[in-house]
Design a binder for this molecule. Structure first.
Ligand code: GAL
Length: 668
């Protein structure tokens, strides 16, 4: 198919090892006919690449690569380390991870390895080297994926002896002396003092809760083990396949390790987007889940696109896109007709360079028999392939409007996300269900309902130039983050508990907000958590629930809203705002709208179902609701409508070239 240069590409995940060799060339041809340009292969193929110890068999994979390359497809090659074969496990039974209850996590599915096992790391290196040596220079291999979904099935944490020993070494490197460790953790409390690094145990199976500082360091260690494991593969791939992009496919709502740290070794971050499955896991109440049953949560995908664009330093792909019903949620409905198309356009609107569907053809065997593909098990075309093909055509239609610098263009609003802060409240929530991720997501949704486009950045990132910065959940504020906030020139909004713990998980000497107290002249003198249904009303008609702080204002700050007994809840000092409780949805929107307007940004209320995203000169508008929606307030008379129109049907998409942004996008 002759094509215009577009920086938005479509791909698919393919498993040649699942299908007879004589269908490969035909499959490849049809992929190209559908409009796909990329294909990801081999992430679970270890038992075919090395059927017996040391006997590497690349013949079949060579032929698969030739069939795909022959059709003109670009290949994303994977390392197969998420699925070590049975013979390897039999040789090293202690490479299996151990769950928190002490049970071994056995062979028979996938991800059955311990990140700290030295023997497994060696074998992971060995197989990575073999694959990288064989395919690293192949002209059609344009990118690499390391492993598959670190963190899937909760597999980054292991309570094995290998993990314990590695943790002891990690602690020695961090603290130098065991006295320093005892002081940092406050081990004098309950006589938990250690006499030697090697005496450290893992924080599971304790009588009551373990020391939070111990758990927090264990979480940091666990995250560093993922970084180390990933880096071992990246180093080998860079040696044998220089110049190719290296990625890893991250997941939705997984915070088990610091994704910014892992991605620091990658060229691009990718993630696996399953809107309907994740609605079941992460959605709100039953009514909400039923309303968005066939569409997914209207903000979940966007949040992760923005998160992973930030994690990838500006570069993001969707490596696996849901193509139809999945198999793994409690209930697995079919998407609305047109929804696969909508999800794909939405990803591009958030800066994705590639959207790759999972998988080419539904598998007739194995654990995922009920998981749709672009095609049915008999090879006939399913809805997913039809919609992918529609998108491919539409990408051609908008190619000219995609200005080159779109991908790097900043949004007006930044959101700071910090993984260790999320761990800190998982470890000591102090209120059942207190989730830093949920609070972060609530801020994100509120901003989107106000029509904003958002960048997500790590703490310490340069915040200058952003009109508004929000930090919904920043428990620990390091030196770099404190400096970045001080240098920011826009409005900053902090959620509750900001700066409430030091790196050691201790209370700051002068009380929270600790390192933020220059920006926020206040002291949090008491915190309380509230039972479900209990609300603290504010005198401006708002409310907080779940969490409420008693705050003393210590300097030049305005109390914009107080509880009825006069306790400050919305506190504003110069450019910085603090919310002394978990805001309810409507009040959070009120506060954020106020700050957006103060920063000179335009607000458009999108309502429940419609969302908008500006990207360079393009504005993409989508309808997640199960009914028609009117998007005319989001399209100016002078805008050029490229796709769809203001009457959005179910799963409707409109893409316009904004008259207001045309000049800006070319010069920024
Ligand atoms: C992902 C995984 C794929 C496949 C898919 C099913 O989590 O990476 O291998 O299992 O889910 O939805």
């Amino acid at each position: 198919m002759s094509s215009k240069a577009t920086r938005s590409h479509l791909g698919v995940c393919y498993y040649p090892e699942h299908w007879p060799e004589d269908v490969w060339a035909g499959d490849a041809r049809r992929m190209v006919e559908v409009g796909l340009t990329h294909v990801r292969i081999a992430e679970f193929a270890w038992s075919r690449i090395e059927p017996r110890p040391g006997e590497i068999e690349f013949g079949w994979l060579d032929r698969a690569v030739e069939a795909l390359a022959g059709a003109g497809l670009k290949i994303i090659m994977c390392t197969p380390t998420a699925t070590p074969p049975k013979w390897l496990v039999d040789r090293m039974p202690d490479m299996l991870a151990v769950a928190a209850d002490g049970a071994e996590r056995r062979f028979g599915s996938r991800r059955h390895y311990d990140f700290s096992h030295a023997g497994y790391l060696e074998d992971a290196r060995r197989i990575t080297r073999a694959v990288a040596e064989r395919f690293g220079q192949h002209a059609s291999v344009v990118a690499w994926q390391t492993d598959n979904e670190y963190g899937c099935h909760e597999t980054t944490v292991s309570y094995s002896e290998a993990a314990r020993q590695a943790f002891a070494i990690w602690l020695r490197d961090k603290y130098g002396t065991v006295d320093a460790l005892n002081a940092a953790w406050g081990n004098v409390f309950w006589s938990m003092e250690l006499h030697d690094f090697d005496a450290v145990a893992l924080p599971n199976l304790t009588v009551t809760e373990p020391n939070p500082a111990h758990v927090l360091d264990f979480r940091r260690f666990t995250s560093d083990q993922v970084v180390r494991f990933n880096r071992a593969q990246v180093d080998i791939i860079r040696e044998f396949s220089p110049g190719r992009d290296i990625t890893h496919n991250f997941m939705g709502a997984v915070t088990d390790f610091d994704h910014f740290d892992v991605a620091a070794d990658l060229d691009v971050a990718s993630w696996d987007s399953y809107p309907l499955g994740m609605l079941e896991r992460f959605g709100r109440d039953e009514a909400w889940r039923n309303w968005y049953l066939r569409a997914g949560d209207p903000d979940f995908q966007a949040f992760h696109h923005d998160l992973y664009r930030g994690v990838g330093g500006g570069r993001m792909w969707v490596m696996e896109q849901q193509p139809g019903p999945v198999n793994w949620a409690a209930w697995n409905p079919a998407p609305h007709p047109g929804m696969v198309r909508l999800w794909t356009h939405e990803a591009f609107a958030h800066g994705a360079e590639l959207v790759s569907y999972f998988r080419w053809r539904q598998a007739p065997f194995g654990q995922e028999q009920f998981h749709a593909g672009l095609n049915r098990p008999d090879g006939s075309t399913d809805v997913g392939a039809e919609e992918a093909s529609v998108v491919a055509g539409e990408l051609q239609a908008i190619a000219d409007a995609q200005t080159v610098d779109d991908a790097t263009q900043r949004s007006p609003v930044a959101m700071v996300v910090d993984y260790p802060s999320i761990w800190a409240t998982e470890i000591q929530p102090q209120a059942r269900g207190y989730s830093g991720l949920a609070l972060t997501f609530q801020f994100y949704r509120a901003l989107r309902r106000l029509g904003q486009s958002i960048d997500i950045v790590p703490p310490g990132a340069d915040l200058t130039g952003y009109a508004v910065v929000v930090a919904p959940h920043l428990i620990m504020v390091g030196e770099a983050a404190a400096q970045a906030f001080a240098a920011a020139d826009g409005q900053i909004v902090f959620g509750p508990r900001a700066g409430s713990r030091l790196e050691t998980h201790q209370v700051p000497p002068k009380l929270p907000p600790g390192p933020l107290s220059k920006l926020l002249p206040l002291r949090v003198v008491r915190v309380e958590s509230l039972r479900p249904g209990v609300r603290v009303a504010t005198d401006d008609g708002g409310a907080v629930h779940h969490w409420f702080e008693h705050v003393e204002v210590t300097g030049d700050a305005k109390v914009r809203a107080a509880a009825h007994d006069g306790k400050p809840v919305w506190i504003e000092a110069d450019r910085a705002t603090y919310l002394a409780g978990w805001p309810d949805d409507a009040w959070l929107e009120t506060v954020l709208a106020d700050r957006l307007i103060a920063a000179g940004l335009a607000i458009v209320e999108t309502g429940d179902d419609v969302r908008v995203r500006d990207h360079g000169a393009l504005r993409t508008i989508v309808n997640y609701g199960p009914r028609e929606a009117d998007a005319s307030r989001l399209i100016a008379a002078a805008d050029e409508v490229l796709i769809g129109d203001a009457d959005l049907g179910v799963a409707g998409v409109a893409i316009v070239r904004r008259a207001a942004a045309a000049g800006k996008a070319q010069t920024s």
